[in-house]
Design a binder for this molecule. Structure first.
Ligand SMILES: [Zn+2]
Length: 191
């Protein structure tokens, strides 16, 4: 299991999204499937300033995925960045809040000044997979002066097709990280 999405057939090793690309991600998990009460909770967290949800999400990450976190031997947590203009408008980066809470819980350090979103992008929601990838071309950059530790954990709120964390993982790998993992609050059920 690569991204942890439920598979259509048990004998499959990869979901459809993971199966059709070479991945820069070693492994990842989402705490919940993106259904039921989960999308609403994430929406309120992002747009109605429910920062305390971040604490809940992080502790659920640790509860559900603590075993993976130990196995992956994470050196550093990095939240998926927002573009500075979007972060200003929203007032915070939701991934950053979760990452910071998870760092408190696990003792693993967190850095939000290594990976940047340098280009504004259209919302991914209504885009197809190819458009998503194009939309993210040149969107992220890693600070040049830093040497990265071996095992990095990316944090985001939602994993849909994985194009965003893939793009981030690619930049981190090109900058010298050996293994990139991810945890998200929710994960799509695949197609
Ligand atoms: Zn997958």
């Amino acid at each position: 299991m690569h991204c942890g999405k439920p598979l259509q057939r048990e004998e499959e090793e990869y979901c459809q999204d993971c199966g059709k690309r070479d991945s820069f991600i070693r492994q990842g998990r989402g705490v919940w499937l993106h259904r039921g009460k989960v999308p609403g909770a994430i929406y309120r967290f992002k747009y109605h300033n429910k920062r305390r949800y971040g604490k809940v999400f992080a502790s659920e990450m640790e509860r559900h995925c603590g075993k993976e976190l130990k196995r992956w031997d994470i050196d550093l947590i990095i939240p998926v960045p927002l573009h500075a203009s979007r972060k200003r408008r929203r007032g915070f980066n939701q991934a950053e809040i979760i990452a910071e809470e998870l760092s408190h819980l696990t003792g693993i350090p967190v850095r939000n000044d290594l990976l940047f979103r340098i280009r504004r992008t259209r919302p991914q929601k209504r885009l197809g997979e190819n458009e998503r990838r194009q939309n993210l071309q040149g969107a992220f950059a890693v600070k040049k002066t830093q040497s990265l530790p071996s095992n990095i954990l990316l944090i985001d709120d939602i994993y849909t097709t994985g194009s965003t964390v893939e793009r981030c993982a690619k930049m981190l790998r090109l900058a010298g990280a050996e293994n990139v993992y991810f945890l998200t609050v929710s994960i799509g059920q695949g197609t």
